[in-house]
Design a protein around this ligand. Sequence first.
Ligand SMILES: [Zn+2]
Length: 275
Amino acid sequence: MKVFISADMEGISGIVDASETNREHSEYKRGRALMVADVNAAIEGVLAFDKTTEIVVADGHGSMTNIEPEALNDPAVLVRGTPKPLSQMSGIDSSFDAAIFIGYHSMRGTLHGILSHTFSGKAIERLKINEMEVGETAMNAGIAGYYHVPLIFVSGDLAVTREAKALNPEIEAIAVKEAISRTAAKCLHPSKARQMITNGVVNALKKRNSIQPFAFKPPVEFNVRYVSEQMADAVEFMPSAERIDAKTIRFVQDDYLKAYGAFRASIFIALSVDR
Ligand SMILES: [Zn+2]
């Protein structure tokens, strides 16, 4: 069996503030230690289910070098560094049996979602894929689904677990904290949260065959509202871009990964005119 783990940071046990996810800040050292501990708890769950499982972990936050390689449980292979075509999902392909998201956060605009944003807080105000308003959970579940791999487990705050359950109620989702505001939450003790992640992963693996992959049907439309008008002005230069209004562009492709790639490229362009 092969299991793919994508790990973000905002939904990690105990984290509530961007200072803890930003490597320029002194709090970051604690944040990255909390991150790898949640990931290791998920690995424990996979190995408790089947100790021969191949595990690939993709570090999926910021520079994607948050997990210190020697701190990761050693059966897992670590994908780190940026940029890369599949970003937070780099390393996945159709040989995997299940995908797990650890430390995920809700989409921008969520009421009471810890550090909510959609891929780039600086560039993206709202993303719709095939008319569905999405955050990173659905977008990345769509990449797993493109390879016929089901998303079976998500951990993060209560808001992101709701986002995951909305995709498919069969997905096992563990809330390690409940937001009071975007930067405040009631947090479980990390050791309690990790125990719940380990147990949740075991439960998810037990029912993995009944969880359908989540995929967006082609043709795929990424409908993107940028933070500013000049971002959309610059993104409009892209060959596949269609301008909808002052801040909105859409990309339509026959292939999900091509549409996703256009979205990703557009963020680099948008950020280049951010001033
Ligand atoms: Zn992140």
